[in-house]
Design a protein around this ligand. Structure first.
Ligand code: UDP
Ligand code: GLC
Length: 460
């Protein structure tokens, strides 16, 4: 969940939503069948900036696999959040027959281009800066910029079969241009749509766009689907759940961590030294952007109760939460644990960092829509302690493949860490099951297959 846009003044009657006919998937052990997918290949990329460039539709026609629809992906962020990692895999897979429009520049563009994706940045500083709680007046002020972006996205969309919108701001701008581009629209909903996170105006914009203009919605968890159903009245079980896919192989082949399940593999010391971590300390790792609802402050309070444990915070404030990051440092100092808390910033090599931990924590204080970091910790064969709300309970079964605690409950989190620390056999059993479940239920293959199928369906 990240800042997005309110655009009620722009909402007007648009074509009606099509019924969705993709089978939904269930949680662990109850996967849905979406049928065969098409391989979409990979190709070279080019960069655009600010204004739309001329069509390159002929190149796309020449390189894409027969029968697979061409796709214009749109994402509002240049930063690497979970929604962007999900799109990275898909856009890389579809590179030969797609293009990505970003509404802000940043490291996400570089990562997409490295996979051969064609990327354009269509940026407007005012629109990017609008807050999710923005008033109607603020929306009017950004109207000219929004109209420019709507037109620019529509101009690109005309060259493709399907418009795939990956974030809420992309949803608003992509859908409002539908009278101009007239292409089917698919939205991958990554958020739990409640007032805890989003303004009233924003939720109502999403509600009306989904009801009247989006051809197909797919969601990242059943929890996200339920929030959509509550908002729009659409039946939750009619919305396909497509879980993110995690590359388990990347998490199981970390140099220096082979064979290390749970606490203490033979070469963990060397791995930790390479990463600049204390070789002999007992390390709990918390991965994710620094943001109040991700609950890093809860983890600090819990670690303060466990004198021998260290906490490694991996991640940075990606969406303007710098004040929270500063408060976390002050909290660590005030608690007298600054020497046991390691702020290491954003890291690219998450598999290595996860493999260096004894336990992985997830501490979101609000329901997590999905939680890639949880599945990644599982794929790394580490015991995961997670906050039991939202999509998390579709991933973790308490005492089977991980450990669940009430969100925001410092005592319960400290107890859980203490329990797994005191019982390495239990920790290892959870970690083994976790690794197997991550492989079987959250593979990249299932993700790409279902997504490809959903895109084909939207193109019809
Ligand atoms: N991540 C990363 N480097 C970091 C911290 C996080 O690459 O330093 C990645 C992490 O591996 C995960 C993603 O960021 O794939 C976060 O996704 P998640 O769904 O857990 O949370 P979101 O930020 O999307 O709410
Ligand atoms: C969003 C959600 C996160 C989810 C990710 C990928 O960023 O906050 O829970 O894992 O999207 O779907």
């Amino acid at each position: 969940m990240r800042p997005t846009i309110d655009a009620s003044p722009l909402v007007h009657a648009l074509p009606r939503i099509q019924p969705v006919a993709i089978e939904t998937s269930g949680a662990l052990g109850a996967s849905g069948a979406l049928g065969a997918s098409g391989a979409l290949g990979a190709s070279a990329g080019s960069v655009g900036s600010v204004a739309p460039v001329a069509s390159d539709a002929t190149t796309i026609e020449a390189t894409r696999a027969p029968g697979s629809p061409s796709v214009l992906f749109v994402d509002q962020s240049g930063q690497l959040g979970g929604a962007e990692f999900a799109l990275l895999q898909l856009a890389g897979h579809c590179a030969a027959s797609s293009e990505v429009v970003l509404l802000s520049d940043g490291p996400f563009r570089t990562r997409l281009e490295a996979l051969g994706a064609r990327v354009q940045v269509i940026n407007d500083a005012r629109v990017s800066g609008i807050a999710r709680q923005a008033s109607g007046w603020n929306c009017l002020r950004v109207l000219p910029g929004m109209i420019r972006q709507i037109r620019a996205i529509a101009a690109r969309a005309r060259e493709f079969d399907v418009l795939f919108l990956n974030t809420q701001k992309a949803l608003v701008l992509g859908v409002l241009g539908k009278p101009l581009h007239r292409k089917p629209v698919i939205w991958y909903q990554h958020d739990i749509l409640t007032r805890n996170h989003f303004g009233r105006v924003q939720l109502s914009v999403v509600k009306w766009l989904v009801r009247f203009a989006v051809d197909q919605v797919v969601v990242n968890s059943q929890a996200s689907a339920r929030s959509l159903a509550a908002l729009t009245g659409i039946a939750a079980d009619s919305v396909p759940v497509i879980y993110n896919g995690i590359d388990a192989a990347a998490f199981s082949h970390v140099e220096g961590a082979e064979g290390a399940e749970g606490a203490g593999g033979a070469d963990i010391g060397a791995l930790r030294r390479r990463l600049g971590l204390p070789a002999d300390a007992w390390l709990a790792g918390l991965f994710g952007r620094l943001a109040p609802w991700k609950g890093q402050h809860v983890a600090l309070d819990a670690i303060a109760r466990l004198p021998e444990a260290h906490l490694v915070l991996v991640g940075a404030p990606l969406f303007g939460e710098d004040a929270y990051a500063q408060r976390l440092r002050e909290q660590a100092t005030a608690l007298g644990i600054a020497d046991r808390v390691h702020f290491v910033g954003f890291q690219d090599d998450v598999p290595a960092w996860m493999s260096a931990m004894e336990v992985i924590l997830h501490t979101s204080t609000e329901p997590e829509p999905f939680g890639r970091v949880i599945v990644e910790g599982m794929a790394a064969a580490r015991p995961v302690i997670a906050a039991a709300a939202g999509g998390v309970t579709e991933i973790v079964q308490h005492g089977q493949n991980g450990w669940l605690v009430e969100p925001g409950d410092v005592g319960a989190l400290a107890d859980a860490i203490g329990t797994l620390r005191a019982d390495p056999v239990l920790a290892q059993r959870l970690a083994r099951q976790a690794r197997d479940d991550a492989r079987s239920a959250f593979s990249v293959e299932q993700y790409l297959e279902k997504m490809t199928q959903a895109i084909r369906q939207a193109a019809r």
